[in-house]
Write a protein that binds this ligand. Structure first.
Ligand code: AHR
Length: 498
């Protein structure tokens, strides 16, 4: 039993790895995520690009060390016919993006464009297959097209289109949100369909053994997870997904403003974000029942804050600004994922560029890094490190008689023996002074970074892109086995202990 804001960091109890894939991203054909965000066209002479992919975005994502990138959706994935996006661009048919703004999609960014871009970024592709409006053959052909090294109709087509060697894509989604935009299916029906589709998604070589992901539950739809875990043979599925957004109310104009939110809206957003903890616990308990050895991973392949679009922008484009609220939301969520890293082995923030809780915003040839970007960069020291359990009793963050835990903490040890501790204070007004006993760790040197601002609504703009940026953190001391940290209101801190 600890006093308020006190706890123990158990550096001698590391057992599980924080998979780097928890730091995954998501790029959908939605608004200006692909067109304008990642891709500006081969003929663009104003924005530096390689084969049409903008290099400023590639460089920023490389620096972020994004481990995987999910594409082409989202809801778009279940309307996407990949064969429309290969071959000479002038010959590619158009389609209407029915989910996102009803705009015409010209298919100029397709399979080769995406997979070559992943190579440029140095990230693993995660392809989301079309189950809702596609066919078994279409998805089976896609796997063969990108992964088969021998002679076959699809590998021949790939070579004709300029790529001889397969890309060996391992991570595959079998549909998206099958309970909703992916076909409004019942879980029993989807489980059957999954078995059928997954069967014909061939593992062409041992090297490209597929990691198939079943379209998962909408937030607290626990029955969905129950049916999938019960009805799908576990050797056919590497992971089962879960989608949860921090949102106040669904419906256009009914959510919170991304920048002009009230304290009450801030509280509710954080409450919705922290609900992730309960969701993971409950979905995991169901998975434990069917899979006590934790062979099937829980994949949170859509998460983040969802607000009203920026005034004057297309409601179907989901373009929103990103403030310190998003920074603490991201930090708190990652701390939750770390805690459950034995089961949660992959997650994808929605979405990387210009959509929802983006890490990058672009405007013409300009690009800015959002507060969320900075948090993910500070936190990426935890990628593939050993999670160190932290027991901690936090103060409450109180607003109008309601309470939330103010501070979250997580820690890990990397392969060089360096311990990193990440701490988030979501309290709007109060700093939090915390003390951690370091069990099994004597540290003689400490350094750190902080992301904070005097106003939780602070954000970076194209006029002032560095308003919210990380700074060196001087508010922590270590004395033998006692770590003391003073966390300002609404701040994110990552410490390095050697
Ligand atoms: O990320 C935006 C949308 O949210 C995705 O297309 C869909 O899967 C989810 O409902």
């Amino acid at each position: 039993v600890f006093a308020q804001n006190q706890g123990t960091l158990n550096a001698d109890q590391g057992k599980f790895t924080i998979s780097k894939h928890i730091y995954g991203h998501f790029a959908e054909h939605l608004g200006t995520c692909i067109y304008g965000g990642f891709y500006v066209g081969e003929d663009n002479t104003k924005i530096p690009n390689k084969d049409g992919v903008r290099m400023d975005v590639v460089d920023a994502l490389k620096k972020l060390k994004i481990p995987n990138l999910r594409w082409p959706g989202g809801c778009f994935a279940d309307t996407y016919h990949w064969k429309d996006g290969i071959g000479p661009k002038v010959n590619r048919p158009t389609m209407v993006n029915t989910w996102w703004g009803g705009v015409t999609e010209n298919n100029s960014f397709g399979t080769h464009d995406f997979l070559n871009m992943c190579e440029l970024i140095g990230t693993e592709p995660y392809l989301a297959g079309n189950v809702g409006s596609g066919t078994v053959k279409e998805l089976s052909d896609w796997v063969q097209y990108v992964n088969f090294d021998g002679t076959s109709p699809m590998s021949k087509l790939r070579t004709e289109n300029g790529r001889q060697k397969p890309w060996n894509v391992k991570i595959w989604g079998v549909g998206n949100e099958a309970w909703g935009c992916g076909g409004n299916m019942r879980p029993e029906y989807y489980a059957n369909i999954y078995r059928q589709y997954a069967t014909f998604m061939t593992d062409w070589t041992n090297d490209s053994k597929l990691f198939r992901i079943a379209s998962g539950a909408n937030s607290s739809d626990y029955n969905w997870t129950e049916v999938l875990m019960r009805d799908i043979p576990h050797h056919m599925m590497g992971g089962v997904a879960l989608h949860h957004y921090a949102v106040l109310n669904w419906g256009e104009g009914k959510k919170s403003s991304a920048t002009e939110f009230t304290d009450e809206e801030y509280f509710k957003t954080m409450k919705s974000a922290l609900f992730m903890d309960e969701l993971i616990q409950k979905h995991s308990a169901i998975m434990d029942k069917y899979d006590p050895e934790k062979k099937v991973a829980l994949i949170v392949d859509e998460w983040g804050g969802w607000y009203n679009v920026e005034p004057g922008t297309n409601p179907g484009f989901l373009y929103q600004q990103n403030t310190m609220r998003d920074a603490v939301l991201a930090g708190s969520t990652l701390n939750i994922f770390h805690k459950y890293c034995e089961r949660v082995r992959m997650a994808n923030l929605a979405q990387s560029v210009n959509v929802l809780q983006a890490v990058i915003l672009t405007k013409g040839d300009k690009m800015l890094l959002t507060p969320t970007y900075h948090v993910l960069e500070m936190f990426n020291v935890h990628q593939d490190a050993t999670m160190l359990p932290v027991e901690f009793k936090t103060n409450d963050f109180e607003l109008n008689g309601q309470k939330l835990p103010a501070v979250s903490v997580s820690a890990s040890k990397d392969k060089n023996g360096i311990v990193h501790v990440s701490l988030v204070n979501i309290d709007l007004k109060n700093k939090q002074d915390i003390t951690l006993n370091l069990k099994g760790l004597k540290s003689s040197s400490i350094s750190g970074k902080i992301l904070a601002s005097d106003n939780v609504r602070s954000h970076n703009t194209f006029e002032n892109p560095a308003k919210v940026t990380p700074a060196a953190f001087k508010g922590a001391t270590v004395n033998g086995d006692v770590l003391k940290v003073s966390l300002p209101a609404t701040s994110v801190v990552v410490l390095e202990l050697k």
